[in-house]
Write a protein that binds this ligand. Structure first.
Ligand code: HEC
Ligand SMILES: [Cu+2]
Length: 362
């Protein structure tokens, strides 16, 4: 049983234990508490490992990693110098019994004034030059003709991914081809928002870039190793901000081409699930979701044309299987409280028919 806690400013009171903790201790308790409760939540065990920030897999992330260690190194040297001098001086010039003499009073020493003006100035200038050089390098276009474009639109709380060169739209799982040693295949991302500010962040591939309403930002990513790279929204965007995950699936060129061909096709029309399709089209589902090749052309929610080509639903929250689709459609709030998809109060048979239909959208 987890005991009740009263939080009063930075003081925590555990009434059942009769214990009160303050400030720093309280902050530590809150941090451990929240990480434990996150770890316990079943939704966070769906392969969404915390994004790894110290294991870059693309040129942008590598530049960021390099500058990170350079800055940490410079700061560590400063910390070491200041810290040891401080401790040394405290020990050497501490008050000794019987010694009431005043230490030497130094005014207007040019050498000291110059030293403590120039040393920080040079340090800050050095850091600024290094950081600005990295920013310029990150902004420069990658040297390649084999580039792909993807328009990324942040929504509360999912990602719309539009491949303009191929004319299709998908959601939450960005599929990209792997770069080869002699042929870089960068992906240009055009970042937009449909509502509030979001931020696109896949730490193993690149830094954060904001998605701002009414503005288009851009960045590029590139991965040299076929793998799934996890990311998340890095700008607080409302209640379910923490459940706005990104997956970048980097696959071989052949798999990518196959995937593109499948995405370009209209949705399969399978008559064995016609009853479910009819229910979908009769209800508000079609006003919010698009299924190419049918009347459904809504743009408010994720495109479902090839729903089953995605491994997860609701931006990485749950595995894309019958059980979770049933749970989601029956009561969206159960999976993602406050989400923008309404509870349609469907009957159980209707849910089953619709899920059968959704499962056919390969
Ligand atoms: C008011 C608009 C709206 C209506 C009506 C609506 N949805 Fe949704 N739907 C959404 C939004 C928004 C999301 C994204 C939720 C999220 O991840 O935060 C979503 C997500 C989904 C997903 C998960 C897609 C993915 O790739 O993550 C499925 C499946 C789905 N809806 C099916 C349905 C069905 C079936 C109906 C009708 C019974 C329906 N929706 C009605 C807005 C709507
Ligand atoms: Cu967001």
């Amino acid at each position: 049983m987890i005991p009740r806690i009263h939080v009063i400013g930075l003081t925590l009171r555990f009434p059942s234990l009769g214990v009160t903790v303050r400030c720093a201790v309280a902050i530590a308790v809150i941090m451990v508490w929240s990480s434990l409760s996150l770890a316990q939540s079943p939704e966070f065990s769906q392969g969404n490992d915390a994004p790894d920030m110290f294991n870059p897999a693309g040129p942008n992330a590598e530049s960021i990693q390099e500058i990170f260690w350079v800055v940490i190194g410079i700061c560590a040297v400063i910390l070491g110098l200041v810290g040891t001098t401080l401790i040394w001086f405290i020990a050497k010039y501490r008050e000794r019994p019987g010694d009431n003499s005043e230490p030497p009073q130094i005014y207007g020493s040019r050498a000291i004034e110059l030293a403590w003006t120039l040393a920080p100035l040079l340090t800050v200038t050095l850091l600024a030059v290094l950081v600005i050089a990295t920013v310029i390098k990150l902004r420069a276009d990658p040297p390649s003709t084999a580039a792909h474009r993807v328009r990324v639109v942040g929504h509360q709380w999912w990602w719309e991914l539009n491949y303009p060169d191929h004319g299709f739209t998908t959601a939450n799982e960005l599929v990209i081809p792997v770069s080869e040693p002699d042929l870089a295949k960068p992906i240009y991302l055009q970042l937009e928002s449909a509502d509030v500010c979001h931020s696109f962040w896949v730490p193993r591939l690149a830094g954060k870039t904001d998605c701002i309403p009414g503005r288009t930002n851009s960045m590029w990513i590139q991965a040299g190793e076929p793998a799934t790279y996890f990311g998340r929204c890095a700008e607080y965007c409302g209640t379910q901000h923490a459940k706005m995950l990104i997956r970048v699936d980097c696959v071989s060129q052949a798999d990518f081409d196959k995937w593109v061909e499948n995405q370009k096709a209209d949705a399969v029309s399978d008559d064995s699930v016609a009853a479910g399709r009819d229910r979908f089209m009769e209800m508000a589902c079609m006003n919010c979701h698009a299924i190419r090749g049918t009347r459904a052309a809504g743009e408010f929610g994720p495109d479902l044309t090839h729903l089953m080509s995605r491994k997860t639903i609701c931006s990485g929250l749950a595995l894309n299987d019958r059980e979770n689709l049933t749970r989601w459609i029956s009561k969206p709030d159960d999976l993602k409280k406050g989400c923008r998809m309404p509870d349609m109060r469907l009957t159980e048979p209707d849910v089953k028919l619709i899920v059968d239909y959704l499962l056919s959208l390969k």
